[in-house]
Ligand binder design. Structure first.
Ligand code: SF4
Length: 352
C-alpha cells in the first residue's frame, strides 16, 4: 500500500491560510469533523462484499500485532485529530470486538477533550458479552451490521457458522446496556432486497434505527456491479408503500426519514445515486496508522512513522493538518469516470 507522503513532505504541507481557527479545512473547504478508527483488520465473518473467503482464506496474512497501533498511540492520534476539530469518533475493524480489552480504549477516547460522540460498528457476534463493559466505559451508541433476518440467508451473506440468534442476542444486550442501536443493511438487488420489510419491521418493533446502505464499489475484491445497487429512492418507495415516511433531513452520510405513525425513523446512505462528497468531513485511520481521506482513496499517509519517530504532539497535529489541507477527494461524484478500476484498499482494512 503506497503512502502518499514521507514524514518531511507531510510536515511541510501545512497551510495556515486554511486554518481559520475552527480546525482544519481541506481544498474544498470541508472541515475535519469525523474520524473512523480501525483497530484491527481481522474479522470472524467473510461477507463477500467486504472480505470474500477466496481472498481472505486460512492462508491470508493478517497484520501482526506489532504493526498495529497500540491503544496509547491511537489515543495520541485521537487527541491530535480532536485539536483540529474532530468531535465524532467511530471504532471499526475488521471486527473491532476481536481486539482485546477494547473497553479500555473506549474509556480513553471518551475522556478526550473535544470528543462529544463515540460510536462503534460491529457484526454483533461478540457483542452480548461486551455490551455492558463498552457502555460503562463511555460508548455513546452502537451500529450492528445486519443484512438479513432469514437465518440461512444471514449465514450465507456473512459466510459464517455464527447463527443469526447470536447477533440478535448481541443487539438485545446492547439495548439492555442502554446503548442506542442502529442497524446497517447493505441492500443488493436479487441478493437480500426481498428481506427489506422484515428488517424494517424488526427495527421498528425494537426502537432501533435501520440504515439502508447502497451497495458500493469499495476495494477491488467484491465484484461490484451497478445492477445490484438498489437506489435509496426505490428503497424508500418500497417502505413508504407499507409504512409512510416523512423527510427529516440529512445527518452526515445519511438521509433521515421518520415513520409518519411516529414509530421512529430510518436512514438512507446513497453514495451511488446521490453522492454526498460536498459535505464529507470524514477521515479514516487504519489499524497500522495510515490516514485515508476518502473511502475510495488509493493511498494513505503513514502517521505511525510520525508517531514512532518521536514526534511531539504539535508535530503530529501538523502532520494531520498538512494532509487534510491538500485533500480534494470526491470519488462518489466521479464514480464511473475510470475511477472504479483504481487499486483501492479493501473495506476491512479501511474500516468502512
Ligand atoms: S467518496 Fe470519499 S469524499 Fe465522497 S463521501 Fe465518500 S469518503 Fe467522502
Amino acid at each position: 500500500m503506497g503512502c502518499s507522503g514521507t514524514y518531511d513532505q507531510v510536515m511541510d504541507a501545512t497551510d495556515p491560510l486554511r486554518d481559520n481557527g475552527i480546525g482544519a479545512l481541506d481544498k474544498l473547504s470541508r472541515p475535519l469533523r469525523d474520524l473512523r478508527v480501525s483497530v484491527t483488520d481481522r474479522c470472524n465473518f467473510r461477507c463477500p462484499y467486504c472480505m470474500p473467503r477466496e481472498l481472505f482464506g486460512p492462508d491470508h496474512a493478517f497484520l501482526p500485532r506489532s504493526e498495529l497501533l497500540s491503544f496509547e498511540e491511537i489515543a495520541r492520534l485521537v487527541r491530535a485529530f480532536a485539536s483540529l476539530g474532530v468531535s465524532k469518533v467511530r471504532l471499526t475493524g475488521g471486527e473491532p470486538l476481536l481486539r482485546r480489552d477494547l473497553h479500555v480504549l473506549v474509556a480513553t477516547i471518551a475522556a478526550t477533550p473535544g470528543i462529544e460522540d463515540l460510536a462503534l460498528t460491529t457484526n454483533g457476534s461478540l457483542l452480548a458479552n461486551q455490551a455492558q463493559a463498552l457502555s460503562d466505559a463511555g460508548l455513546k451508541r452502537i451500529t450492528v451490521s445486519l443484512d438479513s433476518l432469514d437465518p440461512e440467508r444471514f449465514r450465507a451473506l456473512a459466510d459464517t457458522k455464527v447463527p443469526l440468534e447470536t447477533v440478535l442476542g448481541g443487539i438485545a444486550a446492547a439495548s439492555a446496556a442502554g446503548l442506542p442501536v442502529k442497524l446497517n443493511t447493505v441492500l443488493r438487488r436479487g441478493v437480500n432486497d426481498n428481506g427489506l420489510l422484515d428488517l424494517v419491521d424488526f427495527a421498528r418493533a425494537r426502537g432501533h434505527t435501520l440504515r439502508v446502505i447502497e451497495y458500493m464499489d469499495v476495494g477491488t475484491t467484491n465484484g461490484w456491479v451497478r445492477d445490484e445497487v438498489v437506489p435509496s429512492a426505490e428503497v424508500r418507495e418500497r417502505v413508504h408503500a407499507v409504512h409512510p415516511l416523512e423527510p427529516i433531513g440529512d445527518e452526515g452520510t445519511a438521509e433521515r426519514w421518520r415513520f409518519a405513525d411516529g414509530t421512529g425513523e430510518m436512514g438512507f446512505v446513497s453514495s451511488v445515486s446521490k453522492p454526498f462528497c460536498a459535505t464529507c468531513t470524514r477521515a479514516r485511520l487504519t489499524a497500522v496508522g495510515e490516514l485515508f481521506t476518502c473511502l475510495f482513496a488509493t493511498t494513505g499517509t503513514d502517521l505511525r512513522a510520525v508517531l514512532r519517530s518521536g514526534a511531539t504532539d504539535e508535530e503530529l497535529t501538523a502532520a494531520v493538518r498538512g494532509r487534510w489541507a491538500i485533500r480534494d477527494d470526491r470519488y462518489s461524484e466521479q464514480r464511473g469516470a475510470g475511477a472504479t478500476d483504481l487499486p483501492k484498499p479493501e473495506m476491512s482494512y479501511l474500516g468502512g
